[in-house]
Design a protein around this ligand. Sequence first.
Ligand SMILES: [Zn+2]
Ligand SMILES: [Zn+2]
Length: 141
Amino acid sequence: MSDGVQTTGRCLCGTVKYQVQMAVDTYGVCHCDMCRRWTSGPFFAISCGTDVKFDGEQNIGRYRSSDWAERGFCKTCGSSLFYYIIANGQYRMAVGTMDDQTNLRLFRQVFIDEKPDGYDFANATDMLTGKEAFAPYAPKA
Ligand SMILES: [Zn+2]
Ligand SMILES: [Zn+2]
């Protein structure tokens, strides 16, 4: 999947920059407990495939948050940069770190069952529970 729009982004302090070929213009948001602890809010992420080039990679910390994924952050400013799926090398980049978010739009909310009652998004989106979100990846019986 190397087709798509070339997009750039960076962390808050700018020591980590990246370039991706983005094939989609829609993104999801995750309300799970881990994402909220990690970002102090729901985590907005967009599928960017495996083709992500970093500048300042030595400044990226990687935290293995589960058996199947790592979360990347800037070691200097702490910006949450990406969710990385180990098995297939796919990156879900943090939408908030992208330089141009003009044409991107929210299409899906996951872990809606873990969302605190204190906020709600008005966008009309798909809504999946954690179980539903993981169903496509579950091993077939
Ligand atoms: Zn930084
Ligand atoms: Zn999450």
